[in-house]
Write a protein that binds this ligand. Structure first.
Ligand SMILES: Cc1ncc(COP(=O)(O)O)c(C=O)c1O
Length: 410
């Protein structure tokens, strides 16, 4: 007789409550090569600077092989942190290499933030909609997430302040406010400078922490550089994070945080238990790539590749989608966020879309309050220009036939 073990009964409460990422699950469905997928958040592989990196990798092996293949410090390679501090300074953040921690993807930084701040039952604030990976990381610490709606200028700080006041009356201290202020995932919007300052003022007034997640800020097509929220932070209450995933390679698993020395120390201690150190080899490669001045040139190339893709998607949307949809034209990043006319549920429509060989992520996946049923996120960076045109035509047809079916019979 074979004994079937009942391992799940031994799981922690925490593990029992963990949910699979809807997007990761969707990506499995979209593996079919005939499906045109607007679902993932993937950079275009044609953008990877394979030739340039070959030269850098050879150089790193020849000159630093013995250190690059060794364990590194938990905080990360000093040279890389120094270069990132210089770049942060140019972006308006007055920070030193000591304030920077190299992490294995910003996803690890989000998890670390959760680990540092959240006890079971604690509350954190995020946008409606917001990045699902952030939600999953914070929820894994058994916390509650309170959503604040976004408009065309990002998180509604007026509503945020009202909500904070109500929460404090209920004896709830929100542990932090999670924002993606530039080319927000999924909504694509930019929070203007005035609102960034207001957000910092609110955090100062109520003594709260802001978590600023900025993976897309450099993917700018037709809008000037905007200073990060961190640059307005005089009191050391903003944790900034960015990543090489969208500007060089997600396979590197390389990102960084910027935080005040005390916070940085706490996060480093947390990271020690997570992975001891981030991939030393890719840290050396990224540092050398930037020293050669290649990163900025490369970012320009990525923007040149993505801008026409954004335009093709927006044009096709106008041609193929039925009247009554809304979509803010993203000025950078990788996503367009569409809200469809009443009567459509993008979650149930997904199966129709898959039948027609096109995929997206439904809006509910990004709403901690269960809303977003009429919305969807469309990625424009990954597909070829031809695929975008074709996929949008397919999606337009799916939406039109869904609307037709939903129409009340008179
Ligand atoms: C807003 C946001 N934060 C964090 C991440 C995670 O990025 P990384 O690859 O650096 O872990 C992503 C990835 O799509 C993202 O969109």
């Amino acid at each position: 007789m074979i004994f079937i073990p009942d391992i799940p009964r031994l799981y922690s409460d925490r593990a029992g409550k963990m949910r699979k990422s809807v997007i990761r699950e969707l990506l499995k469905v979209t593996q079919d090569p005939e499906i045109i997928s607007f679902a993932g958040g993937l950079p275009n592989p044609d953008s990877f600077p394979i030739k340039d990196l070959e030269g850098v990798i050879d150089y790193v092996m020849e000159t630093h092989g013995k250190t690059a293949l060794q364990y590194g410090t938990t905080q990360g390679l000093t040279e890389l942190r120094e270069i990132l501090a210089e770049r942060a300074y140019k972006d308006g953040m007055d920070v030193s290499a000591d304030d920077i921690m190299i992490v294995s993807g910003s996803q690890q930084a989000l998890d670390t933030v959760g680990k540092v701040f959240l006890n079971p039952g604690d509350t954190a604030i995020c946008g409606l909609p917001t990045y699902l990976g952030g939600v999953n990381a914070f929820r894994s610490y058994e916390s509650n997430l309170e959503g604040i709606p976004l408009d065309g200028e990002g998180l509604r700080v007026d509503l945020l302040e009202e909500r904070i006041k109500e929460m404090l009356k209920e004896d709830i201290t929100p542990k932090f406010i999670y924002v993606i202020p530039t080319f927000q995932n999924p909504a694509g919007v930019i929070m203007p400078e005035k609102r960034r300052k207001q957000l910092v003022d609110i955090a100062n007034e109520y003594d709260l922490v802001i978590v600023e997640d900025d993976p897309y800020g450099k993917l700018r097509f037709d809008t000037p550089h905007i200073r990060p929220i961190k640059s307005f932070d005089d009191e050391g209450r903003v944790i900034y994070m960015s990543t090489f995933s969208k500007i060089l390679s997600p396979g590197f698993r390389l990102a960084w945080t910027i935080a005040s020395p005390e916070l940085a120390r706490k996060m480093i201690t947390c990271k020690q238990a997570l992975d001891l150190c981030t991939n030393t080899f890719t840290q050396f490669i990224a540092a050398e790539f930037m020293k050669r001045g290649s990163l900025d040139l490369h970012i320009m190339k990525i923007c040149e590749l993505y801008k026409p893709k954004r335009d093709i998607m927006m044009d096709a949307m106008q041609r193929y989608f039925p009247e009554g949809y809304t979509c803010y034209k993203p000025k950078g990043g990788m996503f367009a966020w569409v809200t469809l006319p009443k009567g459509i549920d993008t979650e149930t429509m997904f199966l129709d879309a898959i039948k027609e060989k096109v995929a997206y992520v439904h809006g509910k996946a990004f709403h901690v309050d269960g809303g977003g049923e009429r919305s969807m996120r469309l990625n424009f960076s990954y597909s070829s220009n031809e695929q975008i045109e074709k996929g949008m035509e397919r999606l337009g047809n799916v939406i039109k036939s869904k609307l037709q079916k939903e129409k009340p019979v008179l």
